[in-house]
Write a protein that binds this ligand. Structure first.
Ligand code: SF4
Length: 65
């Protein structure tokens, strides 16, 4: 199923502001302070990158569905 939603999920850990997600996919993620998901992005065009960014996050705070 296509990814339609990406968000910062700090229910267990906090974003450490490491910038790894932005390094993997700056079309979707930016880290001005804590990670922010850019608005107006067609997530379906970046599915592999979103999954890689979530895997790369050292504290596991990137959720998508
Ligand atoms: S990779 Fe994870 S911890 Fe690092 S800036 Fe992105 S969301 Fe935050």
């Amino acid at each position: 199923m296509a990814i339609t939603k990406v968000w910062l999920n700090e229910s267990e850990n906090e974003c450490s502001m490491c910038g790894a997600c932005e390094a993997v996919c700056d079309a979707v993620f930016e880290v001005p302070e804590k990670m922010a998901v850019k608005s107006g992005v067609d997530f379906s065009a970046y599915e592999a990158e979103i999954k890689e960014a979530a895997d790369s996050c050292p504290v596991g705070v990137i959720s998508f569905e």
